[in-house]
Design a protein around this ligand. Structure first.
Ligand code: F6P
Length: 321
């Protein structure tokens, strides 16, 4: 019978991770489980960093960005030696199951623990929103709001100086942040890795805008699509425009989570505990706008990439004309 579970946050932090940790701890304790927090993700499993969690351990964190458990990228866990150390630690600590809050790489780590006989559940949290079968990952909504706010501010100065701004946003291999923030911020062009682009076309669009009196523009570049610096330099060369480039960087990962992310994280964290209590494992708590939280197997999640919204992309292009 399930008695003792661990919770960890892994990979890049995402606003709302704390709300998910809180949900796991409080719901777990409510159902009589002993909950342990693992510090710094998989690194903490290898280095035996365990912290017993009580109701009060997660007080006053629902509104805080980052993760109180800390997080890390952990290349050591990719090696057999690191995996064995982690597994031995879990066995020594008499942990029956582990809830892993993180992105796709973290779920691959979850699968290793699963194979070693532990119950595991993945809770998708990454601002990149690149996990398939879930409309939203924890942190994405907050990051999109952060970028939208940055676009609003840039617009003020872009309009005043009649300049073109190129803004680079996160998205290691995907353009979900760029697309959502570009749509909500009214960007003139959105460059994403999913869609090949031609800078001559981007310039043609800018020049057509200039001809009808539009003298300021905002272009969003997802980091996975290339360097904003390069895009800015090329636009200056091709169009002879005065361009400024901004890299938003890690500020997109911080900040107080939106209400949406807190609710999503609370639901996903709560569902992760329910899944374990039902004796199930190797599942990810995904979210669909139509049906709420649904359980999706690791195999399904690993089998494909997240769908890119062509509908939104085409709409954003039409609206930016
Ligand atoms: O967590 C996702 C992400 O923010 C990506 O958008 C970005 O490419 C990467 O993490 C940056 O990672 P790090 O913080 O390790 O430099």
């Amino acid at each position: 019978m399930l008695k003792r579970i661990a919770v960890l946050t892994s990979g890049g932090d995402a606003p709302g991770m704390n709300a998910a940790v809180r949900a796991v701890v409080r719901k777990g304790i409510y159902h009589g489980l002993k909950i342990n927090g693992i510090k710094r993700g998989f690194w903490g499993l290898i280095n035996r960093e365990l912290q017993p969690m009580e109701l009060g351990s997660v007080a006053d964190i629902i509104h805080r960005g980052g993760t109180v458990l800390h997080t890390a990228r952990c290349p050591e866990f990719l090696q057999k030696e690191g995996q064995e150390k982690a597994i031995n630690f879990l066995r020594d600590s008499k942990i029956d199951g582990v809830i892993i809050i993180g992105g796709g790489g973290s779920f691959k780590g979850a699968k290793v623990l699963e194979k070693a006989g532990f119950a595991t559940v993945g809770v998708p949290a990454t601002i990149d929103n690149d996990i398939p079968f879930t409309d939203y990952c924890i942190g994405f909504d907050t990051a999109v709001n952060t970028v939208t706010d940055a676009i609003n501010k840039v617009r003020d100065t872009a309009t005043s100086h009649e300049r073109t701004f190129v803004i680079e946003v996160m998205g290691r291999n995907t353009g979900h942040i760029a697309l959502a923030a570009g749509l909500s911020g009214g960007a003139e062009s959105i460059l994403v890795p999913e869609v090949p682009f031609d800078l001559n076309e981007v310039c043609g669009r800018l020049q057509r805008g200039a001809q009808r009196g539009k003298l300021h523009s905002v272009i969003l570049v997802a980091e996975g699509a290339g360097s904003a610096m390069h895009v800015g330099e090329e636009i200056e060369k091709i169009c002879g425009m005065d361009v400024r480039v901004i890299l938003l960087g890690h500020l997109q990962r911080g900040g107080t989570p939106t209400a949406f992310d807190r609710i999503l994280a609370s639901r996903m964290g709560g569902s992760a505990v329910s899944i374990m209590l039902e004796g199930k494992s190797a599942l990810v708590t995904c979210y669909s706008g139509d049906s709420g939280i649904k359980e999706v197997s690791y195999e399904q999640v690993f089998s494909q990439s997240k769908e890119f919204s062509w509908e939104d992309y085409n709409l954003a292009s039409i609206l930016a004309i």
